[in-house]
Design a protein around this ligand. Sequence first.
Ligand code: SIN
Ligand code: FE
Length: 289
Amino acid sequence: MTAALHRVHEFSWPLTQAAAAQAALERGEVVVLPGHGVTLEPDERPLLDADASDGRAKNISFDVSGDRIGGAALDSEKLETARRMMRRFAGWAQALVGSLAPGYAPALKLGKTSFRPCEVEGRALSPRKDDRRLHVDAFPSQPVQGRRILRVFANIDPEGRPRVWNVGEPFSAFAEHFAPKVGTPSAARARLAGALAFSKGRRTAYDQLMLGLHDTAKQDDAYQASAPRQQVGFPGGSSWVVFTDATLHAALKGQHALEQTFFLPVEAMAEPAASPLRVLERLTARRLA
Ligand code: SIN
Ligand code: FE
């Protein structure tokens, strides 16, 4: 049976309780801002079409610093419009995190921006790639070396349909269950696995363990069927912020979202002890990054 969870915390905008919002994030809750969203320009609205995606990648992704876009099937004019939309969203998301957690700003690094124009429900994917299954985020090609993964989402569905997620149990309980099953790799083995996967940057034992937790949880049918969860619908026009490396999540349903990824060193947190790096180091009695 599913236990009652309180994994989602609503705040109103403009934010008057930044410290409480940051504390909620660090506890692993999803910080939701109902009614605080992104408004599209008229020429951006036609982008809201599943055909904007090339159908191979799950999302259209954009690297703001390199101006590189991937996964899109758009003509050059629409491609430029998509770039502009995502550039603007990246700035918007940065400002949002700046008000929510001003202390993160000096250490926060901007990652990829994504545009998600495809319906999540009914997408046929292998269990390991299926984000409808509860998981924590870990990137095979991009090691984080212990840093946090912080993500800002905005529901831009023009019909206002909610994006529906399940949010799972606290990371410590999840890690206690799965870390012994995954086993802790040595630093050398993690580095070799990263080299074989052509990862960008050195893969640490932390990255290897997090990938193991991601894959093992998604492939565990019993866990997927019975793990504690809270279902939540993020309304059209809302935004939400979450450390997706620690907060178990599954996207069940919804179309048309923007997402911005950030990386944060654990030392920039008010409570570094709550980071997955420190939780896993306590559990394994090892230094992992
Ligand atoms: C995910 O990070 O698992 C997907 C979230 C989403 O697209 O809503
Ligand atoms: Fe995810």
